[in-house]
Design a protein around this ligand. Sequence first.
Ligand code: SF4
Length: 455
Amino acid sequence: MSLNDAPPRSGKVGFVSLGCPKALVDSERILTQLRVEGYDIVPTYDDADVVVVNTCGFIDSAVTESLDAIGEAIAENGKVIVTGCLGKRPEQIREAHPDVLAISGPQDYASVMNAIYAALPPKHDPFIDLVPRRAAAEDDIGIKLTPKHYAYLKISEGCNHRCSFCIIPSMRGDLVSRPVDEVLREAERLARGGVRELLVVSQDTSAYGVDVRYAERTWRDRAYQTRMKSLCEGLSELGIWTRLHYVYPYPHVDEIIPLMADGKLLPYLDIPFQHASPRILKLMKRPGAVDKTLERIQRWRSICPELTIRSTFIVGFPGETEAEFEQLLDFLDEAQLDRVGAFAYSPVEGATANALPDAVPDEVKQERLARFMERQADISAARLEAKVGTVQRCLVDAVDGDLAIARSMADAPEIDGLVQIQNGFEAGLKPGEFVDVEIMGSDEHDLYGEVAFDD
Ligand code: SF4
């Protein structure tokens, strides 16, 4: 059997998306994650092994529409996972449709993925898993759900860590890195196919190559190590944006900051810090030297002042005291991170954290989450406001009426903010084009500006 004939690695997923733009963004994120993990997205109930319904629960008619959509999916397919706003009222869903496989609330991507793993257990084959499924032809960039101008570049599978809240290592196994030359060739094909931004993804980007002892390979007659820094050096040869996601806070992340300062790599790091209390981090089985992390962030910013740091955190982890939660708020104040996502802890079946004592009551978790988001909203708004009056290099995603919708170097697609270019249509901008934008306004998430024309 040739690689092109390889069966789908994990199965076929149907998707029904209802609700507001925020729900749509959730759908996009779940679909993107499914794609990154190798699932096929199919358009009919008949073709699907399982169907995800992303619901809305805002008003009564939306609830009815959501319940009807779930009913239709059950009648047509039978295996249905429900997520989204109506997922906050599981009893209402179960009463109408007792057979749904799993229910989760909005933005709970992890629960949706876990339900999919449970419904469609991955057939782990380290060789097939790491081969792009349609990579035979030189210029074939495979099936992309993302717009033509950006693409996810998956560099490894699995993870060597054992964070206590996570079951990915038990589902996906230990780290298996793709050889660096293969990744660089895929990136080269994507760039030739019109991709202007590569989003490097994995479970732990900074561990890249440790499993193969940083094996050296050749690309374009030059030796590269299977290692994060060397990969970034190779990707910088393509002359397009490279953005790193899911970087674990190891000391050797220091090595790539000079590449960012030199413009070879986007000055952007997505590092899930998860918490800032050393005791909670220890319970999470994550690195706990918070003082060193803060020092490191300062050092990175002194080398590369335009560095954007995105992170995610879990509030209400078992045993988290009010004082430990406040340590987390203090960390936010000190670290001044640009972009932050947060989740109230919820147990994942099979995770070792489930055995920890002193679960935090739901209402306390929600109250802490709200305080956390409020504190960060002020920080994010201030950091965006500081950009008013500057000129930012942006990549255009879409043109909508008079506006062009773009992203600056500080904005990853789907998870960060946008730059609205007021005169985008007049300036003749097209999706996939780079443009310098004079920033004239800001809010908590987004920037507003106009194309900066040369005099
Ligand atoms: S949270 Fe991330 S780093 Fe930790 S075990 Fe899971 S995949 Fe690995």
